[in-house]
Design a binder for this molecule. Structure first.
Ligand SMILES: Nc1ncnc2c1ncn2[C@@H]1O[C@H](COP(=O)(O)OP(=O)(O)OP(=O)(O)O)[C@@H](O)[C@H]1O
Length: 661
C-alpha cells in the first residue's frame, strides 16, 4: 500500500469516526462493517475481547477436535510459506472464538499483548472491523489492512481470512493470517482461500469415507447374516469380500480369502470361466468347484458390478446343494424328487417308474442298478418320497466318499464316556423313521457289509463303545454300478447281503438304450438352463444330430454336463451350434467297464468319429482327413453316404432350423 493510499484511508477512517461519513475510497464491505461497529465499538479503546476460561476453551477444542485435526496440518503448510515474515496463521470457530494459531514467536507475542490468544472472541462486535470477524459475518474471504480496521489498536496490522463451510454449506469457522501492515502481501488472501478449500475438501472426503464405512459396516452386517455364500472379487481376481457363509461352503477362513487371489483357492470349471470372460450372468447353476484340491458341489450365481468404466467387480452367490434341497423339500413337498422327474417315455423308463411305485409302497430293501449317471440317486430319492416314510429323513451313506477307517464309526456311531470326547449318532439313528441310502454299496468294506446285514436281519445296531443295542426303524435302499455278481464270485461282496438286497431290484437302462428319450431329456435340461442363464436356449439341427449319434457313456449326467457347457458357450439369443459342444467322451474314459457291453453298430461309430472330427476341425475337410487317417476322397464319400453337411461346423454356419425349447 503506497503512502497516498495509506493517507487517504486514514482520512476516510478519521472522517467516519468523527463525522459518520463514508468517503468513496472505502471499499463497500469495509464501509458496511464500519457502519455496524458505529456506536457499538469504541475505536480508541484498548482491545479487550471476551475470553473463554481454560476449561471452556479445552472443552470447545475437544468439541471441534475433528475439524481442528484437519485444520492444523493445513495451518502448518501455510505457515511454511510465510515463516519469518512476522506472521501468524489463525483458526477461529463459526462464532469467532480463536481455537488455534501457529506463527512466528514475535508476532505471537504481539498478538498476545493485544489479548488475541486462544479462547479470545475475534468477532466484529468485539474487535471492530477485522478480517476473521467480517469473513464470518459476510461468509466471504477478505483482507483488512491498516486503517480499514475500525479499532485504532489494529491499525498497524494487515489480516486476511476465509470462511470454512461443511458439505451442506454450514459455516464451520474461519482461517486467517495476521501480520504487520509493513509485511502484508496480497498473496495472504490467496493462501487462506486455498487453505480453507483444503480443509473443506479433506473434511468432505473424511465424511464421505465415514459414510461409506458406515454403509459398508451395514452391508457387511447384512451379508454376514445371510445363509448364502457371498464372494466378491475385483477384475484382478483379488477377493474383496467373503461372508462367513462363503467361507463355510468353501471351507476356507474369510480372512484367508480376503485380499488373496481367488485362483489360489478356488478353481472354477472352464465353462464358468468362459461365462466370466464373456461377462454372461449365471443364475443357480449346479457346479463342482475345486477348492484346494477338494471338490465342492454348489449352486453358483454370477453377477457383475459395473462402474462408469466397465466391470468393477464380480459377485458370486454360492448355495450349498444340501441346504437348497432341504429348503425345497420343506417349502413345496419335494417336487424335485417326484418320479415324474425321471424323464423318459421309453418302455424301459416307464417300467422303471412302475417298479419304483411298487417299491415305494413296499417295506423291504431295494437295490438300484445301472451305469453311472443313469439316475440311481434320483430314483432312490423318488422311492423314498413316494413311500409312506416320506415325512421321515432321507440319509445318504456315500460308500466311496468315506475313508475305510471311518466307515464303521460313521455307520454305527460312537459312544464316549465322560471326558472322552463327543459321542456321535450312527447313520441308522439319523435315518430313524426314514430311509438310509447306501450309494455305491459295492464299495462298502466287508466288515461294514456285516453290520448292514445284521441290521437287515435283527433291526438293531450298536454304537462303537456301547453295549446297548439300539432299535431303529430304517428302510434300506442301495445302489451300484458295479458287477455285483462278479464281486460276490470273487469274495469281495457278501453273497447273503447281495441276496437280501436284490430281492427287489430295479435296473436303470443306459441312455444309449433309450435314445427315444434323448429329446425329452434335452428339452427338460435346456429349460432348466434357460431359467438359470436368463435367456432361451435352442439347439441347431446339426447339434442335435451330434447329440443323437453320441453313445452317452456317462448317461444323463454327461448329457447335463455337455448341455451346460454348450449353453454357456453359446451367445444369448443364438442357437447352440456344434462348435459350442465340448469334446464328447468315450466309454473307456467314463470308466463304465461293466455296462459298456452293448456296443453301437460300426456305422454309428464311424459317423460319430466323423462328427467329432468335424467339430474339432471346424469342418475343414483336409484337417479332418488327417485326423481320421483317411484320404480326402474317402472322407467325402463317407460324408455323402451319411448325409453329413459340414456347414454347421464352420464358425459362421448352422443358424438353420432349431430343436427344442
Ligand atoms: N431319467 C432322468 N431324468 C432326468 N434327469 C435325470 C435322469 N436320470 C438322471 N438324471 C440326472 O442325471 C444326473 C445324474 O443322476 P444320478 O446322480 O441320479 O445318477 P447315478 O446313476 O446315481 O450316478 P452315480 O452312479 O455316478 O452316482 C442327475 O443330475 C440327475 O438328476
Amino acid at each position: 500500500m503506497d503512502r497516498t493510499t495509506k493517507e487517504q484511508l486514514y482520512d476516510a477512517w478519521h472522517t467516519f469516526i468523527t463525522r459518520h461519513i463514508i468517503l468513496p475510497q472505502v471499499r463497500p464491505i469495509i464501509a458496511t462493517s464500519w457502519q455496524r461497529c458505529w456506536a457499538r465499538v469504541d475505536p480508541y479503546a484498548l482491545l479487550k475481547p471476551p475470553r473463554l476460561s481454560d476449561q471452556h476453551l479445552f472443552s470447545m477444542q475437544v468439541n471441534h477436535f475433528e475439524l481442528m485435526a484437519i485444520a492444523r496440518p493445513v495451518m502448518e503448510d501455510i505457515y511454511q510459506y510465510i515463516e519469518n515474515s512476522n506472521s501468524v496463521v489463525l483458526f477461529a470457530n463459526s462464532v469467532g472464538y480463536l481455537l488455534d494459531r501457529v506463527g512466528d514467536p514475535g508476532m505471537l507475542a504481539t498478538l498476545e499483548s493485544l489479548q488475541i490468544v486462544p479462547g479470545a472472541l475475534l468477532a466484529e462486535s468485539e474487535l471492530g472491523t477485522n478480517a476473521i470477524g467480517v469473513a464470518l459475518l459476510e461468509r466471504e474471504p477478505l483482507q483488512v489492512v491498516g486503517y480499514e480496521h475500525f479499532s485504532q489498536p489494529l491499525h498497524d496490522f494487515g489480516w486476511a481470512a476465509a470462511p470454512v463451510f461443511d458439505i451442506s454449506g454450514k459455516l464451520l469457522g474461519a482461517l486467517g493470517i495476521a501480520t504487520r501492515v509493513s509485511n502484508f502481501h496480497p498473496y495472504a488472501l490467496g493462501l487462506v482461500v486455498a487453505g480453507a478449500r483444503a480443509i473443506e475438501a479433506q473434511r468432505q472426503s473424511d465424511q464421505l469415507l465415514e459414510e461409506q464405512n458406515s454403509q459398508l459396516a451395514g452391508i457387511n452386517a447384512v451379508l454376514s447374516g445371510i445363509n448364502e455364500g457371498i464372494l466378491v472379487w475385483n477384475t484382478d481376481g483379488v477377493v474383496i469380500h467373503a461372508n462367513p457363509a462363503a467361507a463355510e461352503i468353501l471351507k476356507v477362513a474369510p480372512e484367508t480369502l480376503m485380499g488373496s487371489h481367488l485362483d489360489a483357492f478356488v478353481k472354477l470349471p472352464p465353462y464358468v470361466l468362459d461365462a466370466l470372460h464373456r461377462q454372461i450372468p449365471i443364475s443357480d447353476l449346479e457346479v463342482n468347484l475345486s477348492v484346494l484340491g477338494e471338490t465342492i458341489s454348489c449352486l453358483l450365481s454370477l453377477q457383475y458390478v459395473r462402474g462408469r468404466r466397465g466391470i468393477r467387480a464380480i459377485l458370486a452367490i454360492l448355495r450349498p446343494l444340501k441346504t437348497l434341497r432341504e429348503y425345497v423339500q420343506r417349502q413345496v413337498g419335494s417336487p424335485t424328487f417326484d418320479l415324474q422327474n425321471l424323464v423318459g417315455e421309453s418302455p424301459a423308463i416307464r417300467r422303471v417308474r412302475r417298479l419304483a411305485r411298487s417299491a415305494a409302497a413296499a417295506r423291504g430293501c431295494v437295490l438300484i442298478r445301472g451305469e453311472s449317471g443313469t439316475g440311481k440317486n434320483l430314483l432312490a430319492r423318488a422311492i423314498h418320497y413316494h413311500s409312506p416314510r416320506s415325512h421321515g429323513p432321507f440319509v445318504v451313506f456315500a460308500c466311496t466318499a468315506v475313508p475305510s477307517e471311518l466307515v464303521l464309526p460313521e455307520l454305527l456311531g460312537v459312544e464316549r464316556g465322560v471326558g472322552e470326547g463327543v459321542s456321535h449318532a450312527s447313520k441308522f439313528e439319523l435315518a430313524d423313521g426314514g430311509t438310509l441310502f447306501f450309494q455305491d454299496v459295492d464299495a462298502l468294506p466287508l466288515e461294514a457289509q456285516s453290520v448292514l446285514l445284521n441290521y437287515l436281519e435283527l433291526g438293531i445296531i450298536q454304537r462303537i463303545g456301547s453295549r446297548k443295542p439300539v432299535e431303529v426303524d430304517v428302510r434300506i435302499i442301495a445302489s451300484s454300478s458295479a458287477d455285483l455278481e462278479h464281486l460276490v464270485a470273487e469274495g469281495n461282496f457278501r453273497a447273503d447281503l447281495f441276496y437280501r438286497l436284490s430281492l427287489f431290484e430295479i435296473v436303470l437302462p443306459p441312455l444309449r438304450e433309450r435314445k427315444q428319450d434323448l429329446e425329452l431329456l434335452i428339452e427338460q435340461i435346456l429349460q432348466r438352463l434357460a431359467r438359470q442363464l436368463g435367456h432361451p436356449l435352442s439347439l441347431s439341427r446339426e447339434t442335435l444330430g451330434i447329440l443323437r449319434s453320441h453313445s452317452w457313456p456317462g448317461n444323463v449326467r454327461e448329457l447335463e454336463s455337455v448341455l451346460t457347457r454348450a449353453a454357456v458357450q453359446a451367445s444369448p439369443g443364438h442357437l447352440i451350434l456344434p462348435v459350442h459342444l465340448p469334446p464328447l467322451q468315450t466309454g473307456v474314459e467314463m470308466g463304465n467297464k461293466v455296462w459298456t457291453r452293448h456296443l453301437p453298430p460300426l456305422e454309428e461309430i464311424e459317423r460319430q468319429a466323423i462328427l467329432q472330427a468335424a467339430q474339432q476341425c471346424h469342418g475343414n475337410v483336409s484337417q479332418m482327413a488327417r485326423l481320421l487317417g483317411v484320404g480326402r476322397t474317402t472322407l467325402w464319400r463317407h460324408l455323402r453316404r451319411m448325409n453329413i453337411s459340414l456347414d454347421a461346423y464352420r464358425e459362421d454356419g448352422g443358424q438353420g432350423s432349431s430343436v427344442s425349447n
